[in-house]
Ligand binder design. Structure first.
Ligand code: GLS
Length: 826
């Protein structure tokens, strides 16, 4: 008899969800998967043992899900194409979905292990930059919860978003080695690997039927290997898959070179091929010249489309019904080359007539735009594009030729219009406009908040909206209430459930409003405040441990966590902090309710100004936190390496959520929603989804300031002069002077000069124009916070009235307005 962990008490070690069954499963995994016993196991071994135990319990739903997509002839599935899926830690959310937290906790306790500690120890896959990637993950969660058959297709980056460390106040980037200790949630499916071509040239030939056809002879081939991650819906019965492709060499080892003594060359192919999925590009960097990035995009798009065509053929369905099998969503322009690739596969690969192929293609695709910033709209120089994808460039020219023919027929003589709509920007260097390719190749185009969609239609895509108004629609973003309330804020979740029952977890929009009935109930209010205080104490403990900063849990926690970018205006926030500090210094004896201002977020590694703003915040924090006149009434902290896991601790602890982008710049924002459903009150501009959030919570429960989008345009048109604001507002003038004079840099007047000069002489994002209004709003916030009952009511109503911002509602909108799919679970 082998001396194993024994298997006496449990029924089926892979499916049993009782505490004894789970205990046995964990012990088995420890023993048979990691080769350990409880005596020798490391923290990582325990994590793996628990993760595999949880994964086993997802596999029934998972296998049923795969069968569903590959067997049902009449099923339409979503293929969500996204270069980013910021899925966050997996263990906690999968345990929540399966509903096994309690027995698992009990099982682990009998083994001397703490479930929460194991969950907290997970290293998250950072396969996204921020909001866009996290949105894709929320949508995967909602599709699985609502029973929408879906496959998420993306890239299995070896290195995800960099880890941010702070040295002497400066951001320092470190490689994110999320795969170093393996990733127990994924299953590698070698049998579904496909080869993807790059480079080379094209040639024409006559096929057997005498038709002129085109053949692409790629110079290089790379193997795309799928890594499947299960995405289980709340309740544990419906499971979809996230299929991430990694690049491998078709021939990893060249024996010829090896035999002739050239060891480097023998593995060269492997190294070159693997670079394709090596690293996630941090955003906010210019696209121009990044041939590897285009390579990544084409790589995952081609592999994904071929995977879908394989399913179509397996189902035995003809290719011209492909659109009835898959609704393909393009998450931003990153996968837009899919339009040309599907045309190539149908026309060149399967000999379909151009017109039929185009009809299938446009019925398949729909495109979500996520940005109004012109510099973020992808354009590839024609030369670069044609070098990597010569056949696709020809196809794009043909799509464009036919499209412009239609435009000219509808608007004869308007060559300006044709030039503006063209898929090719003729300005030097000539380039392919990926957003135009996405719009022309899709039957639906959506923005991500009402204001954003409006601005798309009236500004950025004005000509397209005039040409095909029926294509444009809005789907306001949402976030999953599972991860961003039930999981991250268990105390508040339990409190809510105790009053309105648990149905809000998967019926957020319908149920959460019932909380409104308790908004003025003093007992409920006291409980609500108690929970917020506990959450703040938890965050304070972390800040103390990792940063050595003492945060007072009785202070108002005022938080801005998001990517650092000038349009998001972290520098406006720090100017406010400096102004508050000056007020304390002027009159140290005056009453000042304790306030903790927290920041967090990464700057793109090449973004000079954003990195300098991070440094400024750190320097200001150091001066204020160490000033005895302040006496801890105002504290400033920068939470390093903001990611999904850190967010899950920060959102529940916030009283005030800073959403202060210049109106017209933030497409939607989703952090605003995550804060709101955890009871933080927003201090914000009329930008992105803030507009709709304010409508829902009521204007008395939202702290509004700043110019509106039309006012921004107006002020700029009249010649915006930031210096005039600095000269006439003494509070603002003094705050800027303090920075310039070296008050936060030990007398060094140079270090922050770029920030001050930029604000005074350019200020593209109109920080100075909005400053006075922001300070006025700040006074109102402080007044409201002093009235405990009023502020608690505001907080409760923010949760109760934000039902619309569940990603379940967004997915229902997509199903109804764009995909024509009926969710199976309601
Ligand atoms: C973004 C926008 O900047 C956000 O406003 C938006 O909430 C998010 C998801 O739609 O998409 N676009 C982008 O390129 N990164 C984002 O986070």
């Amino acid at each position: 008899m082998p001396k194993g962990p024994g298997n006496k008490s449990c029924h089926n070690v892979r499916t049993d969800c009782t505490a004894p069954g789970l205990r046995q499963a964990v012990l088995d995994n420890l023993y048979y998967v990691s080769g350990n016993t409880p005596v020798t196991a490391s923290a990582q071994d325990w994590y793996d043992a628990v993760a595999y135990c949880v994964r086993d319990r997802m596999l029934k739903a998972w296998n049923e899900g795969i069968e569903r997509i590959t067997k049902a002839l009449d099923l339409r599935a979503v293929a969500y194409l996204s270069a980013e899926f910021l899925i966050g830690p997996q263990l906690g959310s999968n345990v929540l979905a399966l509903g096994i937290a309690e027995p698992l906790r009990e099982a682990l306790a009998t083994l001397g292990q703490d479930l929460d500690a194991i969950v907290d120890g997970e290293h998250e896959p950072g396969l996204g930059n921020g909001g866009l990637g996290r949105l894709a993950a929320c949508y995967m969660d909602s599709m699985a919860t609502l029973g929408v058959p879906a496959i998420g297709y993306g890239i299995h980056y070896e290195f995800g978003m960099f880890t941010q460390t702070i040295r002497d106040g400066w951001q320092v980037e470190m490689a994110d080695k999320w795969l170093r200790q393996g990733f127990p949630w994924e299953i590698v499916q070698h049998e579904f690997a496909v080869e993807v071509g790059l480079g080379g040239s094209t040639e024409t030939f006559l096929d057997a039927g005498g038709r002129l056809r085109v053949r692409w002879n790629p110079e290089k081939r790379i193997l795309a290997v799928p890594h499947d991650i299960p995405v289980i819906g709340y309740g544990g019965t419906f499971c979809n898959v996230l299929r991430l492709w990694s690049a491998e060499a078709v021939d990893a080892f060249d024996f010829g070179s090896f035999s002739s003594g050239d060891y480097g060359k023998a593995v060269e192919e492997k190294i070159l091929s693997e670079t394709i999925s090596k690293v996630l590009y941090p955003n906010d960097e210019p696209y121009q010249g990044k041939v590897l990035r285009l390579g990544q995009q084409y790589f995952f798009v081609s592999a994904s489309l071929r995977d879908m065509l394989r399913v179509q053929q397996m189902l035995g369905k003809p290719l011209d019904t492909f659109h009835t099998t898959f609704a393909i969503q393009l998450n931003d322009t990153h996968p837009a080359v899919a339009v040309a690739e599907l045309m190539r596969l149908l026309v060149d690969g399967h000999g379909m007539e151009w017109e039929r192929a185009w009809a299938v293609t446009t019925k398949c695709f729909s495109y979500t735009n996520h940005t109004l910033l012109p510099e973020a709209l992808e354009k590839w120089p024609v030369e670069l594009f044609g070098g990597l994808l010569p056949r696709h460039l020809e196809i794009i020219y043909e799509i464009n030729r036919r499209f412009l023919e239609e435009v000219r027929a509808a608007y004869p003589g308007d060559e300006g219009l044709a030039a503006r709509l063209s898929l090719i920007d003729e300005a030097s260097p000539r380039s392919v406009r990926m957003a135009h390719l996405a719009v022309v190749g899709s039957h639906a185009v959506n923005g991500v908040a009402a204001l954003h969609t409006e601005l798309l239609k009236t500004h950025v895509m004005q000509d397209f909206a005039a040409l095909t108004p029926q294509k444009f629609c809005n789907v306001t973003n949402g976030v999953t209430p599972r991860r961003f309330l039930a999981l991250c804020n268990p105390r508040l979740a339990a409190c809510i459930t105790s009053r309105i029952g648990p149905a809000w977890i998967n019926r957020f929009e319908e149920e959460i409003g019932k909380l409104e009935a308790f908004a003025d109930d003093p007992g409920f209010q006291a409980q609500w405040r108690g929970i917020k205080r506990e959450n703040k104490a938890a965050l304070s403990a972390l800040a103390e441990k990792h940063l050595g900063v003492a945060l007072n849990p009785d202070a108002v926690f005022d938080v801005q966590v998001k990517r650092v970018h000038e349009y998001k205006r972290q520098h406006l926030n720090i100017l406010r902090v400096i102004a508050l500090y000056s007020a304390i210094k002027r009159d140290p004896g005056a009453e000042f309710s304790p306030l903790a201002v927290l920041f967090g977020g990464k700057a793109a590694p090449g973004y000079f100004m954003a990195k300098r703003v991070i440094k400024l915040i750190h320097n200001v924090a150091q001066v204020i936190n160490g000033d005895p006149d302040v006496g801890g009434r105002l504290t400033v902290a920068y939470i390093p390496n903001f990611n999904v896991r850190v967010g899950q601790v920060v959102y529940p602890a916030a009283d005030i959520s800073q959403q202060i982008s210049l109106a017209g710049k933030e497409a939607s924002g989703t952090g605003n929603m995550k804060f709101g459903i955890n009871g933080a009150v927003t201090m914000g501009t009329l930008d992105g989804a803030n507009v709709e959030m304010r409508q829902c919570v009521g204007e008395e429960n939202f702290f509004l300031f700043g110019l509106t989008a039309p006012e921004v345009v107006e002020v700029k048109r009249n010649g915006y002069d930031p210096r005039a604001y600095a000269a006439t507002d003494p509070v603002l003038g003094q705050a800027l002077d303090m920075i310039a004079s070296g008050a936060f840099s030990a007398g060094d007047r140079e270090i922050f000069r770029p920030i001050v000069d930029n604000l005074l002489y350019q200020d593209e994002y109109m920080v100075l124009a909005d400053f006075a209004s922001y300070m006025h709003c700040q006074a109102l916030v402080m007044e409201a916070c002093r009235d405990t009952a009023r502020f608690t009511r505001m907080s409760i109503l923010n949760v109760a009235r934000l039902g619309k911002f569940s990603s379940d509602r967004s997915i229902r909108d997509y199903c109804r307005d764009i995909w024509n799919i009926t969710p199976e679970l309601g």
